[in-house]
Ligand binder design. Structure first.
Ligand code: CP
Length: 311
């Protein structure tokens, strides 16, 4: 089986079978990162460009490591030192990069739809590494990989996503993915940070966080996306933390085998207490480890032998 598109722009475009293909391929890829020599020749001769218009630690680094572990040539472009600062448009940047014949471009951008503009313009494969408040598909895939690794299935598991749902591309991609795979999802957060018609996506809204977390298998905490908010949506950090922060007291109400997740970066003491982030239920760093395996799988499936045109 192969992925049907040349690009990965959104979880919405993937079938459940394609999601399983990516997760199963990532399982094989994960083993490579445990070897003494963490490198295989799979993508030798291929070129991957990381084009990040927004800051990133985990996503950019793991794409670079993923490409290098598969022997691709990886080029990182920081837009703060590129000709974007001289007024070059996204399409022109894309056309100029394409003229150097890359096989794949990973793009993060503050505007929803920016990766699609490149995908529609360029023959190279495009991976969306987060576009505005739209989607962050590789985050949802690595989250699903991590949950499946711990719980052995995605079907039927109960997941609570807590926090700034409206501005979170991670929440959107996770809702789409987990629903496709048969999970039961509820969200909780201040009314000002939850879209009014969220239940039309098939998830339930529980304004009381303690009620939302009491019987779930997974609690996914989100950072407040201040960079995407136009004006204050809650009275104070202290109040937000009191009602929607996860601390040891609230955790006592959750199941004894609950998993605590967070896409990072975490704001300690705001949405998650340090004792919870660093505690025994937290799989936050496992998520980061999964990110390399999942991104290796995607590079392989899009531009390696997993791809129709390469065979
Ligand atoms: N989770 C995530 O996208 O982290 P970065 O912003 O550090 O890439």
């Amino acid at each position: 089986m192969e992925l049907s598109n040349k690009d990965l722009l959104a979880i919405r475009d993937l079938s459940p079978e394609e999601i399983l293909l990516i997760l199963d391929t990532a399982e094989s890829m994960k083993e490579i990162s445990t070897r003494d020599i963490k490198k295989v020749p799979t993508l030798r001769g291929k070129t991957v460009i990381n084009l990040f218009y927004e800051p990133s630690t985990r996503t950019r680094t793991s794409f670079e490591i993923a490409g290098k572990r598969l022997s691709a040539d990886v080029v990182n472009i920081s837009t703060s030192t590129s000709s974007t600062t001289k007024g070059e448009t996204l399409k022109d940047t894309g056309r100029n990069l394409q003229a150097m014949n890359p096989d794949l471009i990973v793009i993060r951008h503050s505007c929803a739809g920016a990766p699609k503009i490149l995908a529609d313009t360029l023959p190279a494969s495009i991976i969306n590494a987060g576009d505005g408040a739209h989607e962050h598909p590789t985050q949802a895939l690595l989250d699903a990989f991590t949950i499946r690794e711990k719980k052995k299935t995605l079907s039927g598991i109960k997941v609570a996503i807590i926090g700034d749902i409206t501005h979170s591309r991670v929440a959107r991609s996770n809702i789409f993915l987990l629903q496709k795979m048969g999970a039961d999802i509820r969200v909780s957060g201040p009314h000002t940070m939850v879209p009014p018609f969220i239940e039309e996506l098939g998830v339930s809204f529980m304004p009381d966080m303690e009620e939302a977390i009491h019987d779930v298998d997974v609690i996914m905490m989100l950072r407040i996306q201040l960079e995407r908010q136009q004006h204050g949506l809650f009275p104070s950090i202290r109040e937000y933390s009191r009602f929607f922060g996860l601390n040891l007291e609230k955790l006592k109400k959750a199941k004894s085998d609950v998993l605590i997740m967070h896409p990072g970066p975490i704001n300690r003491g705001v949405e998650i207490a340090p004792e919870v982030a660093d505690g025994p239920y937290s799989i936050i760093l496992d998520q980061v480890t999964s990110g390399v395996a999942v991104r290796m799988a995607l590079l392989y499936l899009l531009i390696g032998k997993g791809n129709r045109e390469s065979n």
